[in-house]
Design a protein around this ligand. Structure first.
Ligand code: C2O
Ligand code: CU
Ligand code: CU
Length: 534
């Protein structure tokens, strides 16, 4: 196995020359703005925009409820979906749909999810933003092997996991430990729910293959509610909409197109041209291409999630309402902000969430309000459309000036400062502090309940994600945090040549966790590290 090939990054691919050579006008702009990714075109005709109604993923019902929590079951399975009208797409799904079913949890109550793997590949399931004990966190080599995997095959798959973990890794302690935690058929993930109300999401996290697995459909919402949020007069029920925004490309046969080096996914990584990330040319919201939704002239809460592998969006409403500030942000990755933050547009990197309230009463009946992506061009500049109805309805919702109590972590209390440099390595993949990911190799050992200052620095764009607890951004390049940094975050977008300082404090669960780039192609090509909470 040739490590260089599957990590596959010729230095020239990332160089200005190679990118500039791509003739599309957007490429020059992408380069100028330093944004990652290479557009992968679909091989079939794309449907017109705003023809499909916005789907909402079904809410998963517990199979059983007891004093401690709610028990769920999800079967990971291949399903044939109609995503583009009249086109059959074979997807990898949680429970037969894309997105998977939405889990609605209550803070303080455990959600216990039994996953059954009927896919042709091993998986690991991670609750992104979850405050989760390590053994349920979806560690990338804690595999759930498909139902019916023979013992021989299980050994072979453990070998594949070893190979994905770099040649020569098989003898490392981390890999031995990891192989020991493989299970076949079904696995239970326990989420104790000791966290505030927030918009979380779950997705596959298998080492080396997270990009193609999420691209093929393995993603869903997990919402947490709590009393603090319930006491507020925010839009709720049908006026509280989770919106999973994800770009995808389609092959001529209707399948998801993805530039894997090995189409059978025996070997991780994408072809050289896509080493800086894969951009699709179809924008899906909740699994539908450029959908539309009728909205009444009232406030709606939109839980925006960027579930794209690589694509960054600048989301705006078009037209803007008179006076601007169309998007009133009430929450971030880790739940409610202390006070609302008003935006004309929101820049959202992969895995980030922004909860916003939009008041459609600011538009005349009959207005077609497009949600657009100012970072896109052509078809990727459009996302979905809201059609404002003339119905007479009353709005019982408002956005209070004070939303929640948010403890500000204190920088002067930090007991340690650590630097994490996110860089491409010449010819080798993507690194943190110069190292490719190796499971079992520890990069930091923070103590429970202590505040630390972590400084992330970048060469190019990297959406940096930390598991276990949300953090607070306190600075960018020595200046104040940016407009999208408010509140508790678990993913923060680093722009090229930027250093972002965050305060972290890990609580409740000692163990091994990850931090990584959430550009999934970067992650799969080794931009990840373990840290150990003690
Ligand atoms: Cu959303 Cu470690 O991932
Ligand atoms: Cu995560
Ligand atoms: Cu990255």
């Amino acid at each position: 196995m040739n490590r260089r090939r599957f990590l596959g990054i010729g230095a020239s691919v990332l160089g200005a020359g190679a990118l500039a050579a791509v003739a599309a006008p957007s490429a020059a702009r992408l380069l100028a703005e330093g944004r990652p990714g290479q557009l992968l075109s679909s091989e079939l005709d794309l449907p017109g925009a705003f023809r499909t109604a916005l789907p909402l993923p079904p809410v998963l019902r517990p199979v059983r409820t007891d004093a401690t929590g709610d028990h769920y079951e999800i079967t990971q399975q291949v399903a044939t979906l109609e995503i583009l009208p009249g086109v059959k797409t074979e997807a990898w799904t949680y429970g037969g749909g894309f997105p998977g079913p939405t889990l609605v949890a209550r803070s303080g109550r455990a959600a216990v999810v039994r996953h059954r793997n009927e896919l042709p590949v091993p998986t690991t399931t991670h609750l992104h933003g979850g405050h989760t004990p390590a053994d349920s966190d979806g560690y990338p080599v804690d595999l759930l092997l498909p139902v019916g995997t023979s013992d021989d095959d299980a050994r072979r798959m453990a070998d594949i996991a070893d190979m994905a973990g770099m040649p020569g890794m098989a003898g490392m302690p981390g890999m031995r430990h990891a192989a020991g935690r493989n299970v076949t058929g079904e696995r239970t993930y326990t989420y104790p729910g000791k966290q505030r109300a927030a918009t979380l999401w779950y997705h596959d996290h298998r080492m080396g293959f997270t990009g193609p697995a999420v691209w093929r459909g393995l993603a869903g919402f997990h919402l947490v509610h709590d009393d603090e949020e319930a006491a507020l007069p925010l839009p709720h029920g049908e006026r509280d909409l989770p919106l999973m925004i994800a770009d995808r490309s389609f092959a001529a046969d209707g399948s998801f197109r993805y530039p894997a080096v090995d189409p059978d996914l025996g070997e991780p990584g994408v072809t050289d041209a896509y080493a800086n990330g894969v951009l699709g040319d179809v924008i899906l919201v909740n699994g539908a291409p450029w959908p539309r939704l009728d909205v009444d002239r009232v406030r709606y809460r939109l839980r925006l999630l960027n579930a794209s592998n690589t694509r960054l969006y600048r989301l705006e409403l078009d037209p803007q309402p008179t006076g601007g500030d169309a998007l009133v942000q009430i929450g971030s990755d880790g739940g409610l902000l202390a006070a609302p933050v008003r935006h004309d547009g929101i820049e959202i990197a992969p895995a980030e969430r922004f909860d916003v309230v939009v008041d459609f009463a600011r538009y005349a009946p009959g207005t077609e309000v497009r949600l657009v992506n100012r970072f896109g061009s052509g078809r990727t500049a459009e996302v979905m459309r809201f059609d404002v109805t003339a119905r007479q309805v009353t709005d019982d919702a408002t956005v209070p000036d004070r939303l929640a109590t948010v403890e500000a972590l204190d920088a002067s209390a930090a007991v340690a400062t650590r630097d994490f440099a996110f860089r491409r390595s010449r010819g080798d993949g993507w690194t943190i502090n110069g190292r490719l990911y190796e499971p079992g190799r520890n990069i930091a050992t923070p103590a429970l309940d202590e505040v630390e200052l972590w400084r992330f620095s970048s060469d190019l764009h990297h959406p940096v994600h930390v598991h276990l607890n949300q953090f607070q951004v306190i600075g960018r390049n020595g200046e104040d945090p940016g407009p999208y940094d408010a509140g508790w975050k678990d993913t923060v977008d680093l722009r090229p040549a930027e250093a972002v300082e965050v305060l972290v404090r890990f609580t409740d669960y000692a163990g091994v966790y990850m931090l990584h780039c959430h550009n999934l192609e970067h992650e799969d090509m080794a931009m990840m590290a373990d840290f150990t909470v003690r």
